[in-house]
Each structure stands twice: as structure tokens, then as C-alpha cells.
Design a protein around this ligand. Structure first.
Ligand code: SF4
Length: 325
């Protein structure tokens, strides 16, 4: 059974017009459809990559899954249970089993907490462990995250480098031995030189602890490295979903093809082809009916302007939302 099943997830935000605009021209609220009908599932122990450009709804989706924001519509089932119908004790259990690794290790750590307090806090808040047990588990997790607990236990965030802070953030997320981890662009704020070490750490920990993971990134080279399946989003909708190798080597959706063609190749002699995409990134405010990608697609057809393409399986396990298929 899938550990997480997301069905028709919607997250809308309403932009109210000013009182004067409402009075004079009768303006109605505008709707930002940040996530608009996403459906997918994750198997136990699987790493699912979630890719897309900034503002496509990746992080909004993750906040709804982490139960930090109530979705506008759709259902999220964790181990078969609808998370919107959980009782208080069930929510408490859910919070201990589903953890987030944040993007910004400079902002996500409490500046008044030492590394020890940061990692120990979830144990104090969500378990009945005694002081000695909390100390042992905290030390063990800090060591697993690649830091010497004796050396780092009393350090505050400002006394650590970006990579060390992210290791503390990862230790905090993993100290409760979660079953599902949402890693929201955990490398994007780090120097290129330390990214590989943090990526190896997340991969190593996922193998050791066997948790499922939604790894969010706009960097396809990272996702091709870490994820087993890859999901590509554009303006709140899934465009393509399949085994990472298949999506990277044989993308079907015009947006997926353009995104993959834009991945940097470290070869000065390589001549990049002109991208098969036009126009600017569209806004998720009051999006047009039909395909979200229609304003940028070079293969747009009449049907694309009025009918949203459903996410269809065009090969076993490979789904694409495009009228071309
Ligand atoms: Fe292009 Fe139409 Fe496919 Fe959208 S549905 S990606 S507009 S061909």
C-alpha cells in the first residue's frame, strides 16, 4: 500500500480587490491557483523527485502534505487515512512521522537554540522519552548527520557554516525516525562545493532509515541523482510523471522536453540548441481554461485553449498531461 496518496489536491489563494475598486467597478476577488488538481502517490521507501520552476506550486503542495496549511480541495491520505479527518492524538502522531527539511538553514534554525537543543526539541515535544534517552538519541542523530556531537552540541547557528547548519536541520528532521520526509530544496542555499556531501547524506540516511521522501528541486541534475520517480509541475499541475531515467532520457511533454534541454552540460565545446519554448512564464492568477502551458508551447492546437489535458498513462508507469498523446 502507498504510504501517501494525494488526490485532486487544490490550493487556491484569493486576492481581494480594494474596497474602492469593489464599489466603483464591482471587481471580484482574483484567484491564484497555486496547486490545481494534483494526484500522485508514494510507496514506502521511495524517493519521489518534484521538479518545476519557481512559483509552480512545489512548496505549496509540500506544506499541505505536512499539514501546515489546509488545502482548498482534494484529499491527502497517509497510510490510508484522510489527514483532514485526523483526531488530535492522530495529528500528533502524524507530525512525528512526517518531517520537513527546509530550504534555508540560515532562517529555519532558532538562533537561541544550540545544535543539541534544536535536535532534541522534537523528542521533548512529541515523545515521552526521559532526559537520558533524549540525550542519547540526540547525540546519535547528530553523529549520523556527520557532526561530532561533543564538538557541536553547544554551538549556536551563527557559530556554524551553512553546510553544518543544514546537517543540524537534517538531524532535527530525522531524530524522530520519520516515515515520510519532505526535503524542500535543501541544497539551494548552500555553496556548490558542499552540496554533494549533503546530497550523499540524505541518500545515505534514506537507505539506512528506509523513509519515503519527496525531494523538491528545480535542479534536474540533482533529481536525476537521487530520485527513483520524477514528477514535473507547471503552474500548479503535473505535466509528466514517471521513472526518473525514462523522464530524463525520453521526455514527452513539451515543457519537460524544454526543462531537460536547459540542464547545464559541463562541456565548453557543447553548443546548446535553441530551446523549443516561447514567451514568458505565465502567472497562476486567473489562469486560462485548457492547458496551462498553451502560451509557451510551440505545438499548441485548438483543443489546448479550452480543454485541460488529463494526466494519462502513455507507457506503463509513465504519465503525461498533453493533447499530443
Ligand atoms: Fe502544448 Fe497543447 Fe500539449 Fe499543452 S496540451 S503542452 S499546449 S500541445
Amino acid at each position: 500500500m502507498a504510504i501517501l496518496e494525494v488526490s485532486d489536491l487544490k490550493q487556491y489563494f484569493y486576492l481581494e480587490p480594494t474596497f474602492l475598486a469593489k464599489l466603483v467597478s464591482g471587481k471580484k476577488p482574483r484567484i491564484i491557483k497555486a496547486v490545481d488538481g494534483m494526484s500522485f502517490s508514494i510507496e514506502p521507501g521511495e524517493i519521489l523527485g518534484l521538479a518545476g520552476e519557481s512559483g509552480c506550486g512545489k512548496s505549496t503542495c509540500s506544506l499541505a502534505i505536512a499539514k501546515l496549511r489546509d488545502p482548498t480541495g482534494g484529499t491527502i491520505r497517509y497510510k490510508g487515512q484522510d489527514i483532514s479527518k485526523m483526531s488530535k492524538p492522530e495529528i500528533r502522531k502524524y507530525r512525528s512521522e512526517v518531517q520537513l527539511i527546509f530550504q534555508d538553514p540560515y532562517e529555519s534554525l532558532n538562533p537561541r537554540y544550540t545544535a543539541f537543543d534544536t535536535v532534541a526539541e522534537p523528542l521533548r515535544a512529541l515523545t515521552d522519552k526521559n532526559k537520558a534517552e533524549i540525550r542519547d538519541r540526540t547525540f546519535e542523530t547528530i553523529a549520523m548527520a556527520g557532526l561530532d556531537p561533543e564538538e557541536y552540541k553547544n554551538r549556536y547557528p551563527h557559530q556554524m557554516s551553512g553546510g553544518e547548519r543544514q546537517r543540524v536541520g537534517i538531524a532535527q528532521a530525522l531524530v524522530l525516525e520519520p516515515e515520510l520526509v519532505i526535503a524542500d530544496e535543501p541544497l539551494s542555499m548552500l555553496d556548490v562545493s558542499i552540496r554533494a556531501g549533503i546530497l550523499d547524506l540524505i541518500r545515505d540516511m534514506s537507505e539506512r532509515m528506509n523513509f519515503s521522501c519527496i525531494y523538491i528541486s528545480h535542479d534536474l541534475s540533482i533529481l536525476s541523482n537521487i530520485s527513483e520517480r520524477l514528477m514535473i509541475m507547471y503552474l500548479g499541475r503535473i505535466m509528466e510523471l514517471g521513472v526518473t531515467k525514462d523522464v530524463i532520457t525520453e521526455p514527452y511533454h513539451p515543457y519537460a522536453r524544454a526543462l531537460i534541454a536547459a540542464v547545464p552540460i559541463p562541456d565548453p565545446a557543447y553548443k546548446r540548441p535553441i530551446p523549443n519554448i516561447k514567451g514568458e512564464v505565465a502567472q497562476p492568477i486567473d489562469p486560462p481554461p485548457g492547458c496551462r502551458f498553451q502560451t509557451r508551447c510551440l505545438e499548441v492546437m485548438d483543443i489546448c485553449g479550452n480543454t485541460a489535458p488529463p494526466l494519462k498513462e502513455i507507457k506503463p508507469g509513465h504519465l503525461v498531461a498533453c493533447h499530443l498523446y
